[in-house]
Design a protein around this ligand. Structure first.
Ligand SMILES: [Mn+2]
Length: 312
């Protein structure tokens, strides 16, 4: 099956604790992508499918809706590239990918670690996304770049799960053989370059640093997202334009990588942690489609070689 990149917009901001407006992000980025010819044009050797902006419920049913959209893309052998929306859109995307391929290597570019056990009483807040994914057994390894600081509870979680984090645009060590997911929170950028990222703060990366980071990243990307653009805070579309450039670099990267990538999937995570998180995810209306993550990881038992799009 030929590979294709599917650009999909999730207008979702219900888990943001900041100024409203990030649900408008997908449209703002798309405008520039259309102008650049990525959507509706032919700038890459890889087919790019424009999935549009998906209509979502304004409550937690939206997570299941987003998951269904990602499943549909994966059924067609596609690579999803999700445009947010607040950072919680990463939850259903990575969850669906992990159900399909087993736990994924996650590279997380963000000013914040999003490792809070809960935030203002909400376990599904955009500040808790990395924690939820780790607990659910969706993550093989987590590399966080651009992170300013972790608080005490986050540090404990990071230690428990072996999360590596750095403030610098430092690339993760090269790992061959594991599918890679890239999540980019635009607030990693310094607000002087990107005023439209909801939670940016001084001392962030420059757009050049971010673009170079993505261009230099190695590994087989199975999915990605760009989140937390708030057009209401943006000035003259600077941040939206930056996000679109990022999507273009990412798309080129995926196009260059996906000729014949295979990877080895090691067994991972205890059954126990998966069992515990399974009931947790039903709170947001998530029912696994075919099977639980744990079953596949268990059956893989050591190493199993496979190709994307043809998972047994
Ligand atoms: Mn974030």
């Amino acid at each position: 099956m030929g590979r294709s990149l599917h650009v999909i917009g999730f207008p979702w901001e219900e888990k943001s604790t900041l100024r409203r407006g990030s649900m408008l992000g997908p449209w703002a980025i798309r405008r520039h992508l259309i102008a650049a010819g990525l959507l509706g044009g032919q700038v890459l050797p890889l087919p790019v499918v424009d999935e549009g902006v998906i209509r979502l419920e304004r409550d937690e049913r939206a997570f299941a809706q987003m998951g269904q959209q990602i499943d549909r893309i994966l059924d067609r052998g596609g690579i999803p590239l999700a445009l947010g929306g607040d950072h919680s859109i990463t939850l259903p995307v990575v969850r669906s990918l992990a159900e399909r391929y087993g736990p994924v290597r996650v590279v997380w570019v963000d000013r914040h670690a999003d490792l809070h056990p809960d935030f203002l009483g909400d376990r599904w807040s955009h500040a808790c996304v990395a924690a939820r994914l780790l607990e659910a057994g969706c993550v093989l390894s987590l590399w966080q770049a651009g992170v300013q600081e972790l608080d005490g509870r986050e540090k404990r979680l990071a230690q428990r799960w072996g999360v590596a984090w750095t403030r610098e645009p430092e690339l993760p060590p090269r790992v061959d053989g594991a599918p890679l997911y890239l999540s980019i929170d635009l607030d990693v950028l310094d607000p002087k370059f990107a005023p439209g990222a909801s939670a940016g703060c001084r001392g962030g990366w420059s757009p050049e640093e971010l673009l170079r980071f993505v261009a230099d990243l190695s590994g087989g990307i199975v999915g990605a997202d760009v989140v937390e653009l708030n057009p209401r805070l943006d000035r003259g579309g600077t941040t939206a334009k930056c996000a679109a450039e990022l999507v273009l670099v990412l798309a080129r990267k995926v196009a260059s990588q996906w000729s014949e990538t295979t990877w080895v999937r090691p067994a991972n995570r205890t059954e126990e942690s998966q069992r515990e998180s399974r009931s947790d995810w039903t709170q947001i209306g998530w029912r696994p489609r075919h099977r639980q993550i744990g079953w596949r990881a268990k059956r893989a038992n050591g190493q199993q070689r496979m190709t994307i799009g043809r998972v047994p």
